[in-house]
Each structure stands twice: as structure tokens, then as C-alpha cells.
Design a binder for this molecule. Structure first.
Ligand SMILES: [Zn+2]
Length: 110
């Protein structure tokens, strides 16, 4: 089974890329298509089936390249969401130097 990690941006639909047959893959989506938060799902899936490959799909103009952890925390606080643990939570901001490295590979244009 192939794991496709993708951003939850609705403009990106990995199922439409035709990379694999439908029964050959599972899509794990999160904000920014980050691998770290997907690890939990991959571990669970690996107990049920053999994972042969993990493919990370990023896209151009991802909203997570415009947000920082602090901006997300500030937005949540302004809406009365979160508690004292909010300041310790990482939302997976994409730092500029990471974006440059990631864009060296083929990008899917949105
Ligand atoms: Zn995105």
C-alpha cells in the first residue's frame, strides 16, 4: 500500500492525479501536507497492511507557507479558542528555507 501525504487544501485532489490504482493507495491529508502529523496515521495503517512507499505531495501557493505558528495561535486566541497549552503547540509552519528546498522538486501547480 502506498501512502500519499497531501495538503488538505481543496484545490488539491490526489485521487485525480492518476499516480496509482485506487486500491493501491491511501491519502492522508493535513494542513500543509506535513509528514510529521501523518506519522500517527501511517503507524496505524502499517498494523493493517504493508506500507511499500510514502509519497509527499506539496503544491504551489500553499496556505501554510503564509502562516506561522504565532499567527495561528494569535488567531485562535482572538476567537477565544485554546488554553494555556496553546503556546506550546506547533502547527507545522513552513519556514521559508524549507519552501525553497521543497520547490526544487516537481511542483503541482494550483
Ligand atoms: Zn496547502
Amino acid at each position: 500500500m502506498v501512502i500519499l501525504i497531501s495538503c488538505c487544501d481543496p484545490r488539491i485532489i490526489p485521487e485525480e492525479f492518476g499516480l496509482f490504482k485506487r486500491e493501491e493507495y491511501v491519502v492522508v491529508r493535513n494542513a500543509g501536507g506535513r509528514a510529521e502529523p501523518a506519522i500517527r496515521d501511517i503507524c496505524v495503517l502499517s498494523t493493517m497492511t504493508e506500507i511499500t512507499d510514502v509519497v509527499v505531495i506539496h503544491h504551489s501557493d500553499c496556505g501554510m507557507t503564509h502562516l506561522t505558528n504565532d499567527a495561528i495561535r494569535s488567531s485562535m486566541k482572538s476567537r477565544g479558542l485554546g488554553d494555556e497549552k496553546l503556546d506550546t503547540f506547533e502547527f507545522g509552519e513552513i519556514l521559508k528555507f524549507l519552501v525553497v528546498e521543497e520547490l526544487q522538486g516537481p511542483a503541482i501547480q494550483t
